[in-house]
Write a protein that binds this ligand. Structure first.
Ligand SMILES: NC(=O)c1ccc[n+]([C@@H]2O[C@H](COP(=O)([O-])OP(=O)(O)OC[C@H]3O[C@@H](n4cnc5c(N)ncnc54)[C@H](OP(=O)(O)O)[C@@H]3O)[C@@H](O)[C@H]2O)c1
Length: 337
C-alpha cells in the first residue's frame, strides 16, 4: 500500500493519541491504586456499616473460623462489636473458641454450629437455615476452603482430593450462602440504616489459571464469577457482595509460618480486608472484588494491567513456581519415609 505523506502524518498522529490515552489510563489506574491502598481505606468506618454502629446487636457468621484467616476474621469482628456465629467441623475447637470470646467480650454472643462443609446435603442446608433464623445476621464470611495437599498434576490428583476441594469450596459455600440469605435479607430490611455483607475468600489461584493446583484454581475461579454475578442480584436488598483476592498468607493451608513483605500473617491480612473492603484495593479493573493487602495489590495490578491474567508467560512463571514447591515437597516426603 502506498501511503501519501499526509496519510503518514495522520497515522502517526492517531498512534500518538492512542499511546497518550493508554498512558493516561494506566496513570489514572496507578493513582487510584495508591489512593485505595494508602489514603482512602477506613477500617473502622467499613466495619460500622454492617452493624450500623451498634454494640453486639447484629451477628456475623464465619465459616472455617477455628484456624488461620477465619479465626482472625472472627476476632476482628468481635472486637468491633459483632456477635459471631462460629461454623466449622470440630466441636471441641468451636466450644473452646466460643468460651474464649465470651471471656474477652462478655457482652457478646458467640454461638457455634458444627458442620462438615464436605458434602452439605439439602437436609443439612435446611437445618442450618432454621438455626440461623433466630439471629439478626448482617454479615456472612465465606472463608472455609481446601487446597491440594501439595502441587500435583491433575492426572495424578486423587479423586477424594479433587472431590473434597469442589465440595468444600464450591458446593459447601453455595449451600451455606443459600441457607443464610433469607435471614440476611430480613435483618437488613428491618433496619433502614443497615447494609448486609457477603464476603467470599477467593485466591490468586483463581485469579490466574494455576498449573499443578488445577482443581483449586478452578474452584476459586468459580467462586469469583459466582460472587461477582450475585452482587448485582443482591444490591437491591442493600447486601454487598465482595470477593476477596489473596496471594499467600501464613497458615496451616499455605504451610508457611514466617511472614514477609509478600506473605502477611492472618492478622495483617484481615485488617487489610476490612480497611479496603469497599475500595477494591488492587483489583482496580474488577467488579465487586478486592485485593486488599498492599503487596498483593501491587502484584495483582502489575499482572492484570501490564500482562493479563491469561498471559502465557505469566502462566509459565506460575507453573515453574508451583513445580519447584512440588519438587521440594516430594523431597521432604521421601526423607520422612
Ligand atoms: N492461606 C493462604 O495462603 C490463602 C491464600 C489465598 C486464599 N486463601 C483462602 O482463605 C481461606 C482460609 O484459608 P486458611 O489458610 O486460613 O485455611 P486453614 O488455616 O487451613 O483453616 C481452615 C479452616 O477451615 C476449617 N475447615 C477445614 N475443612 C473443613 C470442613 N470440611 N468443614 C468445616 N470446616 C473446615 C478448619 O477447621 P479445623 O480447625 O477443624 O481444621 C479451619 O478452621 C480459604 O478459603 C483459602 O482458600 C488462603
Amino acid at each position: 500500500m502506498n501511503l501519501s505523506y499526509l496519510d503518514k502524518i495522520t497515522n502517526t498522529k492517531a498512534l500518538a493519541y492512542i499511546g497518550f490515552i493508554l498512558i493516561i489510563s494506566k496513570l489514572y489506574k496507578l493513582s487510584k491504586l495508591f489512593l485505595n491502598l494508602f489514603v482512602i481505606g477506613n477500617y473502622n468506618k467499613n466495619l460500622s456499616i454492617y452493624n450500623n454502629n451498634t454494640k453486639f446487636k447484629y451477628y456475623a457468621l464465619v465459616t472455617g473460623c477455628t484456624d488461620g484467616i477465619g479465626l482472625e476474621y472472627t476476632h476482628q469482628l468481635a472486637s468491633k462489636f459483632y456477635n459471631v456465629v462460629l461454623l466449622s467441623r470440630s466441636e471441641e475447637k468451636l466450644k473452646a473458641l466460643s468460651n474464649d470470646l465470651k471471656l474477652k467480650y462478655p457482652e457478646g454472643d458467640f454461638p457455634y454450629y458444627v458442620l462438615n462443609c464436605n458434602n452439605v446435603d439439602s437436609e443439612q442446608q435446611e437445618k442450618l437455615s432454621n438455626f440461623i433464623k433466630s439471629f439478626p445476621l448482617s454479615v456472612l464470611i465465606n472463608n472455609v476452603g481446601l487446597s491440594h495437599a501439595m502441587p500435583v498434576p491433575f492426572i495424578e490428583t486423587p479423586q477424594d482430593e479433587w472431590r473434597s476441594i469442589i465440595d468444600i469450596n464450591c458446593t459447601g459455600t453455595l449451600a451455606i450462602t443459600q441457607a443464610v440469605l433469607p435471614t440476611l435479607k430480613k435483618t437488613v430490611t428491618s433496619d433502614p440504616k443497615l447494609r448486609g455483607l457477603i464476603l467470599t475468600m477467593g485466591s490468586f489461584g483463581g485469579l490466574l489459571p494455576t498449573p499443578l493446583l488445577a482443581t483449586y484454581s478452578g474452584s476459586k475461579s468459580f467462586l469469583q464469577n459466582w460472587s461477582n454475578a450475585m452482587n448485582r442480584e443482591l444490591l437491591k436488598y442493600k447486601i454487598d457482595t465482595n470477593l476477596v483476592l489473596s496471594y499467600l498468607v501464613t497458615s496451616k493451608m499455605s504451610k508457611i509460618r514466617k511472614s514477609s513483605f509478600m506473605i502477611p500473617n492472618p492478622k495483617m491480612f484481615v485488617h487489610s480486608v476490612f480497611k479496603n473492603l469497599n475500595n477494591k484495593g488492587g483489583a482496580i479493573s474488577k467488579y465487586a472484588t478486592c485485593t486488599p493487602y498492599w503487596s498483593h495489590a501491587i502484584y495483582h495490578f502489575i499482572i492484570e494491567e501490564f500482562f493479563g491474567c491469561y498471559n502465557s508467560m505469566v502462566n509459565l512463571i506460575n507453573f515453574k513456581f508451583h513445580l519447584s514447591i512440588r519438587q521440594r515437597a516430594l523431597k521432604k516426603k521421601a526423607k520422612q519415609v
